[in-house]
Design a protein around this ligand. Structure first.
Ligand SMILES: Nc1nc2c(ncn2[C@@H]2O[C@@H]3COP(=O)(O)O[C@H]4[C@@H](O)[C@H](n5cnc6c(=O)[nH]c(N)nc65)O[C@@H]4COP(=O)(O)O[C@H]3[C@H]2O)c(=O)[nH]1
Length: 807
């Protein structure tokens, strides 16, 4: 059904409300009037006519008087409503009739009535009347009534419409607009309404409602704004909280360090454990959550201690304890346990106290640190503390001794001849020797003392808490005695000795450096005083050390300023007295000190490496000299040149250039003898052998210096194809007095000859020595008896062999 507006409904209602009752009522009235008219104007006349005719026609019919009958009929026919009138006789024949067909319109009503004469039916009268005229009249009335009604309805409708429109519809429409405004929330403008009727009240109410609503809305808006702000703030706070929570979770789980959160309650159940924690301690989160934190600790007392610290201070830092992985037994000393550095704190969360712990696995770090510390502080070979730890400990011990007002002794040990063993038997044997020496030194060391290896063959001992300084002498003496015992290296017995230096704190020095220097100087003094002994530091040693330092500096200057020269000492043929050989001996004329002995500066040149340059210079000078002597004196003249082991090591000799120099000087290899020491030969090093081989191939002879003082090993003589043996002057010196030395010289000479070597006796000072040597078959002699080393120009080429007592 179409939706109708109020105006339409009211209009329709008014129209229907007025029109329908009027029409209904009018229709009823008209109908009733119409029926009355019909009865009055048709029904009654028709009955009268029938009645009248039935009685009036009796005689005419009887008398068959049609004229009378006709008159009667015509008189009735004068009624304009009569349509037909028929009178029939008793036989049913039309006696008389009249008919007016023009009147036959509308409804035609009929009535019949019998004609009786004396009670005997003699005919029948039929009267028919048309209602058309009455109906026409009725319809006219009806139309009049309709028009009147229509006018009335129209006016009423107009009035009602105008009234309703003005008083109801429009105000309602206005109200509707107002409510629509309200609905749209336009509440500012008040309703302009001044009527006092119901709609006015409604409008007033509506306006009040608007005002109230406005106030409410304003209030609501304020509240809403507040709520929105609050909501916004809360959302932000929630977001922040969520982010914080997410961040915390992310950090918690992404942390590479194991973390646990446990309740501070009996059993300390784990509330949370991060991924690193699960990786570190094993197990699943489900398994770990709720589990007692105590299950992570290897020792309950560690946990108790940590908890005590947290309870008292609220936190714990850098606490170290062993924790265990899943499956480890409490208290197990297994490799699986994890050393953790534990930090954490107690936090209050609501009514709960939580303990958050960070359990950093430091097992590897500790192990590595320990290893690094060991590497940094201990000598790998001997397992003794190294120089670094030694120095640290020395400083500590000195500080402690100072606090307690007591002394300590510092001892330096240096193995004599270690270098020789190392060079001779190889580094492996050298290492074994060092290990064994360390073991022997350790024997006499008390718990409070510190034995360290400074490097190479240097050991040091800190003797602290000395009751009596005299004890030190005994301790050091015992150590030296233990070290002089033979060492068995690779099945071979080796003898070494040790030199030691002792100094005291605070008597000799109060500074670490000075104390170290003192011990070194005392040891150095012991070494230079013949080894296998110890010296206690004295201030004069300091002078010696300073002198040595000066010497080193001066030597450098001497090198630059060419302060060296070469003296030659003849090597005399003991059978003929002829001089076809000489030894080149370097001399240093110090601008202040005068002549400095090679015995003093060669070792320093060796230590500092300057020997390489020096040796090279000597060789070249000697070659020049031999070239001259070969020309002027004897074509076979030969000069021995001392070549230090230091020169052989580290490619100190430029052999190609030496050989080139020889040929440049026109001197064959045979013009030079290289004097080497036994120690060098005992070095099985490929490098040294190779160099010796090169010399041999060039025809250069090899002479073994100081024979008898070292190992005196015969096998080397053969192996290296040595030409000359030089018997050390220490044997020659005692030849006449010590029968042992004489015997030894004899043995050396016989043995050398057996091997095809010539023998040179060094340090021949007396004719008796010369005679004994000659008698023993010694080939050559060298010594002050014949000539002291002197400049080349003073070389005596022939020496009188007066008094030579040959057997
Ligand atoms: N008491 C005594 N001594 C005698 C006698 N005859 C000779 N001498 C000394 O004995 C040393 C012999 O030389 P060396 O054993 O090779 O011992 C040499 C040698 O090892 C070394 N040396 C000398 N010159 C050189 C050199 O140019 N290079 C190297 N590497 N070492 C050299 O210095 C050492 C000492 O040389 P110098 O002082 O010249 O000492 C020389 C010589 O002067 C004597 O009858 N009695």
């Amino acid at each position: 059904m179409p939706k109708l507006s109020l105006r339409q409904v009211i209009t329709l209602g008014v129209a229907l409300g007025i029109t329908l009752p009027a029409l209904l009522l009018g229709s009823l009235v008209l109908k009733e009037r119409h029926e009355r008219e019909l009865a009055l104007r048709i029904g009654e006349p028709m009955a009268q006519y029938a009645q009248l005719l039935s009685s009036a026609m009796a005689m005419p019919i009887w008398n068959v008087d049609k004229a009378v009958a006709k008159q009667l009929v015509d008189s009735v026919m004068r009624n304009p409503d009569v349509v037909e009138l028929t009178v029939m006789d008793e036989f049913g024949n039309v006696f008389v009739s009249a008919e007016e067909n023009t009147r036959r319109r509308g409804t035609v009503l009929r009535q019949q009535r019998g004609v009786n004469l004396d009670g005997r039916p003699i005919g029948m009268v039929t009267v028919a009347l048309s209602t058309a005229r009455i109906e026409q009249q009725w319809w006219g009335d009806f139309a009049q009534l309709g028009l009147a009604l229509l006018a009335q309805v129209g006016v009423s409708f107009l009035l009602v419409f105008l009234l309703v429109d003005r008083r109801v519809v429009r105000p309602l429409y206005k109200l509707q607009l107002a409510t629509a405004k309200l609905a749209r929330g336009e509440l500012e403008q008040p309703l302009d309404w001044h009527r006092r009727d119901e709609i006015g009240s409604l409008a007033l109410g509506l306006d009040q409602m608007r005002a109230a609503l406005g106030a409410l809305i304003a209030e609501r808006d304020i509240k809403n704004a507040d709520l929105r702000q609050e909501l916004h703030d809360r959302l932000q706070a929630e977001e922040a909280l969520r982010l914080t929570d997410a961040k915390f979770k992310a950090i918690f789980h992404a942390s590479p360090l194991a973390m646990t959160v446990s309740r501070h309650a009996p059993g300390h159940p784990i509330v949370d454990i991060n991924d690193a924690g699960l990786r570190q301690f094993g197990g699943s989160r489900e398994m770990r959550l709720g589990q007692s934190h105590g299950l992570l600790w290897r020792r309950a007392r560690d946990q108790a201690h940590a908890l005590e610290v947290i309870e008292h201070t609220g936190e714990i830092k850098g606490f170290e304890a062993w924790l265990r992985r899943i499956g480890d037994q409490a208290g197990d000393e297994d490799d699986n346990a994890i050393l953790c550095e534990i930090s954490g704190r107690m936090v209050a969360l609501g009514s709960e106290q939580l303990i958050i712990l960070v359990l950093e696995d430091v097992t590897e770090r500790k192990r590595a640190a320990e290893m690094i510390w060991n590497q940094a502080n201990f000598d790998r070979l001997t397992g003794l503390p190294n120089r670094h730890l030694f120095q640290e400990r020395l400083e500590q011990e000195m500080a402690e001794a100072a606090r307690e007002g007591r002394s300590l002794a510092l001892v330096f040990f240096d193995l004599d001849l270690f270098k020789e063993v190392n060079d001779t038997l190889g580094h492996e044997m050298g290492d074994v020797l060092l290990q064994e020496a360390a073991r022997r030194l350790r024997v006499g060391v008390r718990q409070n003392d510190l034995l360290a290896r400074l490097g190479g063959d240097e050991f040091t001992l800190i003797l602290s808490g000395l009751a009596d300084i005299g004890d030190v002498h005994q301790i050091v003496q015992d150590a030296l005695e233990r070290l002089v015992e033979p060492f068995v290296l690779g099945g071979q017995q080796v003898h070494i000795s040790t030199s030691a230096g002792v100094t005291f704190y605070p008597q000799d020095a109060t500074l670490v450096e000075t104390l170290l220097k003192n011990a070194d100087q005392a040891m150095y003094a012991a070494k230079s005083q013949g080894r296998n002994r110890y010296n206690v530091f004295t201030p004069s040693m300091q002078d010696a050390a300073q002198k040595r330092m000066r010497l080193i500096n001066d030597l450098r200057v001497a090198m630059a300023e060419k302060q060296f020269s070469i003296h030659y000492q003849p090597i005399v043929d003991l059978r003929t007295g002829q001089v076809h050989k000489a030894e080149a001996l370097i001399r240093w004329r110090h601008p202040v000190e005068g002549l400095v002995s090679p015995a003093d500066f060669i070792p320093i040149a060796e230590e500092t490496g300057m020997i390489v340059e020096l040796g090279d210079w000597v060789f070249r000078e000697a070659v020049k000299q031999v070239a001259a002597w070969r020309r002027t004196h004897h074509p076979q003249f030969q000069v021995s040149v001392n070549v230090s082991p230091m020169q052989f090591r580290n490619e100190g000799i430029d052999q190609a250039s030496w050989l080139a120099h020889l040929s440049a000087m026109g001197v064959p290899g045979q013009g030079v003898l290289v004097e080497i020491t036994e120690g060098l030969l005992m070095d099985a090093g490929h490098n040294v052998s190779g160099q010796l081989q090169v010399f041999r191939q060039a025809g250069i002879g090899l002479s073994l210096d100081d024979f008898g003082t070292g190992y005196s090993s015969l096998s080397y003589l053969k192996k290296f194809d040595i030409d000359f043996l030089k018997i050390d002057q220490s044997f020659v010196r005692n030849l006449t007095t010590d029968p042992d030395d004489m015997a030894l010289c004899n043995v050396i000479i016989v043995m050398a000859h057996t091997l095809g070597l010539k023998v040179v006796a060094e340090g021949v000072e007396t004719p008796a020595q010369r005679d004994l040597l000659a008698a023993a078959g010694c080939d050559y002699g060298q010594g002050y008896l014949f000539a002291r080393p002197a400049p080349a120009g003073e070389m005596p080429f022939a020496l009188p062999m007066a008094g030579l007592n040959r057997p």
